[in-house]
Structure formats: C-alpha cells, structure tokens
Design a protein around this ligand. Sequence first.
Ligand code: GLU
Length: 283
Amino acid sequence: MRFAPSPTGMFHVGNARSALFNWVLARQSGGTIVLRIEDTDAARNRPEWVQGILDAMEWLGIGPSEYEGPLFQSDYTQHHREAIDRLIAAGRAYYCDCTRDQVNARTGSEYLGYDGFCRSRGQTVGEGRALRFRTPDEGSTVIVDLVRGKPTVDNVLIEDFVIARGDGSPVFLLANVVDDMVMGITHVIRAEEHLPNAPKQQLLWEALGAEPPVWVHAPILVNEKRQKLSKRRDRVALEDFRAEGYLAEAMRNYLMLLGWAPSGDREILPWDDIVTEFRLEDV
Ligand code: GLU
C-alpha cells in the first residue's frame, strides 16, 4: 500500500484519514505501507510541508517505523520518462498541439472532450504540445473498488487524456501510476476525489503491461452542511486541531468513524479495537 501526499500545504484531515485507513489495513493484512511524497509540482512544493507531513503522521501514531520511505516522486523521473517512451513506441501515446478553442470549434461543444484530431499526425515533443494517451475505442474499464463496488466506464467515453507536457515531463495521472508500478503497490487507498482518475489510470496500468491494483476510494469528508470540506471555509488542517489541544487518540478515533462505525452504540473505543474491528466492506 502507499500513502502519497503532495507537500503543498498543511496536513488536511482528509489526508489523515487516508493515512489511517492505509495503516489499519496494512496491520490487518500484514501489508507494508510506502510513504511517497509527490513533490513534482515544483511551483507549489515546499520542504517545510514535507516535514509537516512527517510530523503530522508521527503525531497520529504513524511514525517512521510504520512505513517504508519517505520516497520522493522526484527521484523517479527516469522511470516516468521510460514509461512515456514505451507508450509512444507502442503507439499508445501521441503529441498534440490543438488548443481548447480549436477542439471546441471542431466538436461544436465545450463539453465533449478531445476529438482525437492529432492521433495520426505524427508530431514529436515540442513547446506548446501535450502528450495524449490514446484510449481504446471499444470495450469498457471495470474498476474493482472495495468501497465503491465495480464502477464501469465505456472506454469510448474516456477522452485521449494528457499524460505529459510539451517538455516531456509527466503529469500527475502518469507519474502516480508509474510510481505505484515501480513500488509494487497492490492496493491504492485514497480519497474519493480521485475516483474519476481511476479508469484512466487503470488504462495506463494495462497499457504498460502490469496488473492493475485493487482500488479503495474512501468517501469524501463533509462539514455540518454536508458540503465537501474546503480549505477556505472549513477547518481542515490537522496541525490546527493539534494546536488547539485535541489529543491524537481523539482525532484518530473520530476520523476512523467517518464513513465507518463499529457495532453497537460505541463512539469512543480503544485504538486496538478499531484496528481489529474495522472492515472496509462496511465503509
Ligand atoms: N498526491 C495525490 C494527492 O495528494 C495522491 C493521490 C493518490 O493517492 O493517488 O491527492
């Protein structure tokens, strides 16, 4: 398993919940967690946020002996480049120089997505271009998700999405998959906001010749009005709760009971009981 935060800000309580789910499931199954810092967004990363992740995890109880790493996405650039080269060589990716306006003008809509115009134009890497993955025209992609069931998407509905920029550097969708492949990840446990990425990412796993992982998309955290937690409106930083004096045990207990409940009327229970009783199937 892996926990793969981006060091771009305070430690979000949703991240804390994903980390806890990984931790509990690793303990239950005898699995190993890799901590991967996804630090390839150079404009938004800061070293102090990396330290913030390590500190927040340790405070929660997930100290350095509980995971492998931290490993840094930026150390895997060579693997990303190789994957990109393989996809191009296999005819599964192509460079495109269309602007959004040109695509919209051709399809007559701003909602239909990319129309495959550059599929056979044979363009190479270059400024102002993007590398697109050529999605299959037929069949469907079935996500095996231990929380969501088996979401299925017709491949024809998945546009040829961008996997690298004009300078050849990968975008999140690709780097995240390649790292998971290289690190031997079998279970991807993360927040539901990434569920729409899963079919695309599974196509990449398949195109790169690997067995896709089992997916676990944990339900989104909401505020009292059932709105998705927002940095601007709601309190979301674990560090803030800590500074206010909340105990780590209380945060862990509370976060684990969002989307899951133990049997009976119990709301506060020993951590060991949570680890034993938690069942992903009941999330
Ligand atoms: N860096 C991504 C995030 O923090 C990782 C998503 C994932 O777990 O695949 O949202």
